[in-house]
Ligand binder design. Structure first.
Ligand code: SF4
Length: 387
């Protein structure tokens, strides 16, 4: 929910001619669109021993190779066979934009077959390296403050495209001598819970010990409030963190900025938040955009108390990041004043750090902008020395 898609200039990176040639060839199986179990099954069906799948998984997700040739503990003949059957190509990195402040890096990834670049963000917070991933190209939910919403819905991202962002970010960390990604937030472009199958399938890979081994306690999905998908999340016992974009203290105010509120109003969100805690033991986070003079008033604080004061939850205050020249961003003093007002009412609240704000990677900075520089290589100045 903090990123945007960027259309390639007329002459796209992938030409139509390439696509036509591909159509006449036997399409290889896209390995990163399979679950670890499906992959094991496929490899077993070629007559290979059971351990082969584990070897391949480690090469692909831990060592992040993009060619079977690099799998040195696999025989040449098997490598050739695997290369004829599967593809493990990476999502092309189109741009890398490190923050001069050194606390965030924004990535642009090209999509094969679509002339768009999707964005992801890496956020540094001490030892915690969080990847903020996109799940859809565009979004159908049309929140008024969101440029991704303004694009409309183009298509869902595949499992491979979601996982591909994480691989690309880990490649960058590796090249920079950094710790690999430790935490995941699905707060990039799109509503992950509206692309449930690919989101769920990506989680299976992210959480798998042989793949990325990132546990549910270090994963959070942000949602505009797609209730049936939250129900499904609970049924599937994933116990990941849940963040609900509240962004209003009345149904009227919320509906004005988040049309989904007409279908799933605030009462349904608070009810499901209570159930989520009961089921998972995890407190839901309510994300709340602070707009100067609008959502940071004493009335707003009192209304929040009534709405969620009895829930085991916390509020994450996000200062509005309007497009340049537009008003609405609260000053740090105003933000702290509102935070203290909430604390005074007994509400658990924090202010989200503005990491990535200077590179258009923070919440609400959602423009389909062109990158200021056309790097195609991971690199830049986000070294620890710059943090
Ligand atoms: S759900 Fe709303 S905020 Fe999130 S990507 Fe879609 S339009 Fe943007």
């Amino acid at each position: 929910m903090i990123t945007a898609a960027i259309r390639f200039p007329e002459k796209g990176i992938f030409k139509m001619k390439d696509t036509l040639v591909m159509k006449n060839m036997q399409q290889p199986i896209r390995l990163k669109n399979m679950s670890p179990g499906e992959l094991a099954e496929q490899i077993r069906s070629t007559g290979e021993p059971a351990f082969r799948a584990n070897q391949v998984i480690k090469w692909v997700y831990q060592k992040r190779v993009d060619s079977f040739e690099e799998m040195k503990n696999v025989s040449k003949a098997t490598r050739r066979m695997l290369a004829g059957k599967f593809t493990i190509e990476k999502l092309p990195v189109a741009a890398v934009l490190p923050s001069p402040r050194g606390d965030a890096v924004k990535f642009g990834f090209a999509l094969r077959g679509d002339p768009y670049i999707i964005e992801s963000v890496l956020l540094f917070d001490g030892d915690r390296h969080t990847a903020c991933l996109s799940s859809q190209l565009g979004c159908s939910l049309g929140c008024t403050f969101c440029e991704t919403g303004n694009l409309g819905f183009i298509r869902n991202l595949t499992q491979e495209e979601i996982i591909g962002q994480l691989i690309g970010i880990n490649d960058y960390c590796g090249k920079m001598g950094e710790r690999l990604v430790t935490n995941i937030v699905f707060m990039g472009m799109g509503e992950a819970l509206s692309n449930f199958e690919a989101f769920r399938a990506s989680l299976a890979v992210i959480m798998n010990e042989e793949c990325f081994n990132i546990g549910g306690r270090r994963i959070t999905v942000s949602t505009a409030g797609v209730i049936p998908s939250i129900e499904r999340l609970m049924r599937e016992d994933l116990a990941i963190g849940l963040a609900i974009s509240l962004n209003g203290y009345s149904n009227e105010g919320r509906s004005a900025v988040m049309p989904i509120n007409k279908k799933y109003p605030i009462e349904t969100l608070t009810a499901i938040a209570a159930r989520y805690f009961k089921k998972t033991g995890r407190r839901v986070t309510f994300e709340y955009i602070v707009i100067q003079g609008e959502t940071d008033t004493p009335e707003a604080a009192q209304s929040l108390l009534k709405l969620i004061g009895s829930l085991p939850c916390k509020i994450n205050l996000i200062p509005l990041n309007p497009p340049p020249g537009k008003p609405g961003t609260p000053s740090q003093e105003e933000l702290i004043r509102f935070l203290e007002r909430l604390h005074g009412l007994g509400l658990a609240a924090t202010i989200r750090a503005g990491r990535g704000r200077d590179i258009g990677g923070a919440c609400g900075q959602l423009t389909a902008r062109k990158y200021p520089f056309p790097d195609t290589e991971a690199g830049g100045n986000a070294s620890p020395a710059n943090r």
